[in-house]
Ligand binder design. Structure first.
Ligand code: AMP
Ligand code: MG
Length: 495
């Protein structure tokens, strides 16, 4: 082991820290301490993530940890740094970006721990290095919600708030999210060095990512005896799987810039995201995205576009355009296969012959119906699951305007279900189609309460979203249709 980097004990939590990223050297980051916030308080905490990190029981109650995660106390053993990356934003090259308000503390239990909103860094550009309470609560809850839905994502340990004022469209208050992931490396980290023609650094980074996260890429049995083409292929596959999950659950990310794309295929950088209410394939959830570049139904193509940007960055290492194109080509087949599998599971179809052209057509026709009547996406799937379990289809029918078209589709579906074990189908559907998702309006209610220092709704939502497939009878209203005002919520890039 590098003697400069012995894992350290953190005195007040008992955590053992390490930091492999830090060993890449100063071309990749700037070492700095997080900036503190006055009088911090807990806003939300995840016991599950605490356990994953091996935080001793009770630490999430401790003032020492609160102060540390607010940036007020150095954490012995951590080696805080802000990494540098670049990227394409809304399809245009944006040049250098970097961790403008995030600070990697190091690794605990093999997981990187990062503070988001922890103050100015050399990459803050025009920003203030802060994150507001509102967006921090959204990121915290959504990270944990996505994980519980089985979708690859960064995680969140907690949100710490402060009354420190932060100026956005109006005055808001600051907060810090403690995020956790196997790695926070983005496509943009590679684009950064490629754009500067720093090929040695590009190779160092690629070799690091391969050695730590994609050891299979060394093997010639993948695409070719070219570890960098293999890396591109594996990132392509993971990204395709991630986006297939988004489309199946009705998640719209909102800012799929290449600096927000994870090299591990994790959903990262929760900003103006939205779980669809009414099903509208062209839905644009980011108020700043006037052209609809990141509309719901464009997400697969945009992910593929982003992978082309990554491929371009990796070309000096891959050195073989045909091979790079072959790696990128896996996107379509992996996406379509995964999407079809996920959607068939939503219909309870898993038996022999699931996922044929017949199922594909059945699904496309259903989605067209949902779109035509702007049916609530989450509610539809949950009611359908309950209907298959109870054989009472009226509550599903109630969601449609064109009931004749629904009846005709249901007939085809019923015929298709004959070949399946109905009990198994219903059971599968009830653990595939969530009862609870983080609808925008639920987030807004929790945020409004939190602004008044009532954090109970953040805690309640976390409890629901950690078990989204369970019935939670006390919270039945959160599983219903959103109120009218929900459609008027405008979420922008401002965070
Ligand atoms: P995002 O749109 O959140 O993915 O951020 C894009 C870039 O802007 C990243 O480099 C962020 O670190 C940076 N950034 C966003 N908000 C701020 C802020 N308030 N202060 C400093 N940098 C920021
Ligand atoms: Mg970002």
């Amino acid at each position: 082991m590098n003697t400069l980097l012995q894992p350290f004990q953190i005195s007040h939590t008992g955590l053992v820290w390490n930091n492999h990223f830090q060993r890449l050297g100063p071309d990749f980051y700037t070492a700095l301490a997080p900036q503190g916030m006055p009088a911090p308080y807990w806003v939300g905490r995840s016991l599950a993530v605490a356990e994953m990190l091996g935080l001793p029981a009770g630490q999430l109650q401790s003032d020492a940890l609160l102060q540390a995660l607010a940036g007020n106390q150095p954490i012995s053993g951590s080696q805080p740094l802000a990494s540098v990356y670049s990227g394409h934003q809304f399809g245009h090259w944006a040049g250098q970006l970097g961790d403008g308000r995030a600070c990697l503390l190091g690794e605990v239990n093999g997981l990187e721990v990062q503070l988001k909103g922890s103050g100015l860094t050399p990459y803050s550009r025009m920003g203030d290095g802060r994150a507001v309470l509102r967006s921090s609560i959204r990121e915290f809850l959504c990270s944990e919600a996505m994980h519980a839905l089985g979708i690859p994502t960064t995680r969140a340990l907690c949100v710490v708030g402060s009354d420190e004022e932060v100026a956005r469209e109006s005055l808001e208050t600051a907060a810090v999210v403690t995020r956790v992931a196997t790695s926070f490396i983005r496509f943009g980290h590679f684009e950064h060095f490629a754009a500067r023609n720093q090929i040695a650094q590009l190779k160092t980074l690629a070799d690091y990512v391969i050695a730590r996260y994609y050891p299979d890429c060394q093997s010639a049995s993948l695409l070719a005896a070219n570890p960098y083409a293999n890396l591109l292929m594996q990132v392509t596959e993971r990204t395709a799987v991630m986006v297939a999950h988004w489309q199946a659950v009705g998640f719209c990310h909102g800012v799929m810039n290449t600096d927000n794309m994870s090299m591990l295929g994790l959903t990262i950088d929760y900003g103006p995201f939205q779980f669809l209410d009414a099903y509208d394939p062209g839905h644009i959830c980011n108020h700043t995205d006037r052209g609809g570049r990141y509309a719901f139904d464009r997400q697969p193509d945009i992910a593929h576009w982003n992978l082309y940007a990554l491929a371009q960055a990796l070309m000096p290492l891959i050195e073989d355009q045909a091979l790079a194109l072959q790696a990128l080509d896996t996107f379509k087949s992996v996406f379509e296969r995964t999407w079809l599998q996920l959607m068939c599971a939503k219909l309870g179809l898993t038996g022999n012959g699931a996922g044929t052209d017949i199922d594909h057509t059945l699904l496309q026709d259903l989605l067209a119906l949902l779109a035509q009547d702007r049916v609530d996406y989450t509610l539809f799937w949950r009611r359908l699951s309950q209907a298959v379990a109870s054989q009472q289809f009226a509550p599903v029918r109630d969601l449609f305007l064109d009931t004749a078209a629904w009846d005709a589709w249901l007939l085809r579906y019923a015929e298709r279900l004959v070949g399946e074990n109905q009990n198994q189908a219903a059971a599968l559907m009830l653990k595939t189609n969530p009862k609870y998702v983080l609808r925008n309006y639920l987030g807004e209610l929790a945020i409004e309460a939190a602004k008044g220092k009532d954090f109970s709704m953040v805690a309640n939502l976390l409890t629901l979203l950690e078990r989204p497939f369970d019935e939670h009878p006390a919270f039945e209203t959160y599983a219903g249709l959103p109120p009218d005002w929900a459609s008027r919520i405008e979420i922008s890039c401002s965070s």
